[in-house]
Ligand binder design. Structure first.
Ligand code: DAH
Length: 338
């Protein structure tokens, strides 16, 4: 009978698994614990056994005890080895794992910055459609019917004009048609910025691409002057390119403004014989009375200025990028730098 108990306990001990320090401690208390340990208890039962069987019983329980101790010892050794092996896997001299995050495209960054500065100057943001009517893109902006910009060379025409009265649909060649839409929809005073893509059927080179981005500004109120236009543009340029930016205001011509001007920014170029060159970044001017008339605004009462700036050009100047095509190649080696 006592030997049956020893055998049962041996089976039980053999089937135990010890995989952590907590399990090892539970094992120790359960079998070898000084008071309640199952093996310890067997020892105390020796008095219930007939004297002649005692030596054999004692020997068997002792064997069981050392079997349990060996098992526990082996398990603890294994646990210790696993732990130090685990620690060896961690090389503290390795650089930390980098969190690979995407970045905003340099054009988006510049665009966001331009709009942020303009918001501070009081301009609200508005967006117009990329597929425009010929009327909004050209006619309403005072382009004469035979103007070369309407030429197939420059404009992408869209089949199936949505509105016959407004003429053929085109991919807008500039953001200026948004001026008309805003003035048709709202009464002055108006102060809006219109960011967006524009399209031109041009030969692709380092300085021109078939699509690019512009931000249009329109400010209409009573008594708006060219001086305000100039100061707004200077404030924008200083905020975007830094206080010591060099700007050039040049007389120009656009059908939808009178007078008109273009603004150049000096771009430093160490390899250039002159140390740099002027880069045109925008066209601007006072809104032509015919444009006000197209949009139903009284040109006797209101004056205003308009601006169309090139986001690619401004980004190239900001970062010293010399080929417009890099913006559209989605090459991570380029994009990663911003
Ligand atoms: N729309 C012109 C272009 O794409 C740029 C421009 C010039 C916009 C003068 C204007 C402006 O609002 O007043 O070349």
């Amino acid at each position: 009978m006592p030997d049956d108990r020893i055998d049962a306990l041996r089976d039980q001990i053999e089937s135990e698994t010890i995989e952590s320090e907590e399990e090892a401690e539970t094992f120790r208390i359960q079998y070898l614990g000084r008071k309640q340990g199952k093996i310890t208890k067997l020892f105390s039962q020796i008095s219930e056994i007939p004297p002649e069987e005692r030596p054999a019983f004692g020997k068997n329980v002792n064997a069981l005890k050392s079997m349990a101790e060996t098992k526990l010892e082996a398990a603890l050794q294994t646990l210790k080895r696993d732990q130090s092996a685990g620690a060896a896997d961690i090389d503290l001299t390795l650089p930390g794992r980098r969190d690979f995050r995407g970045t905003l495209h340099p054009l988006t960054q510049t665009l966001n910055e331009i709009l942020r500065i303009l918001r501070r100057l009081g301009f609200e943001t508005y967006e117009g459609p990329e597929v425009e009517s010929d009327w909004h893109n050209f006619t309403a902006l005072n382009f004469p019917p035979d103007h070369p910009a309407r030429d197939m060379q420059d404009t992408f025409f869209v089949k199936d004009a949505p509105d016959a009265e407004e003429g053929p649909a085109v991919l807008r060649t500039h953001t200026s048609p948004a001026q008309i839409r805003i003035m048709q929809a709202q009464e002055p005073p108006l102060r809006v910025a219109v960011p967006g893509r524009v399209y031109r059927n041009e030969a692709i080179s380092y300085k021109s691409f078939c699509l690019f981005h512009q931000v249009e500004l329109l400010y209409v109120d009573e008594g708006v002057s060219m001086a305000e236009l100039k100061q707004t543009l200077f404030a924008l340029a200083r905020a975007l390119f830094g206080e010591d930016v060099r700007l050039r205001f040049r007389p120009s011509y656009f059908p939808f403004t009178e007078p008109s001007a273009e603004v150049d920014v000096w771009g430093e170029k160490p390899d250039h014989p002159d140390g740099g060159e002027w880069m045109e970044i925008l066209g601007c001017g006072m809104v032509h009375p015919n444009v006000f008339r197209s949009a139903g605004i009284d040109p006797e009462r209101y004056t205003g200025y308009a601006v169309g700036m090139g986001v690619e050009r401004m980004t190239m100047l900001r970062y010293g990028i010399d080929d417009i095509r890099t913006f559209y190649e989605n090459d991570v080696r380029f994009l990663d730098q911003f």
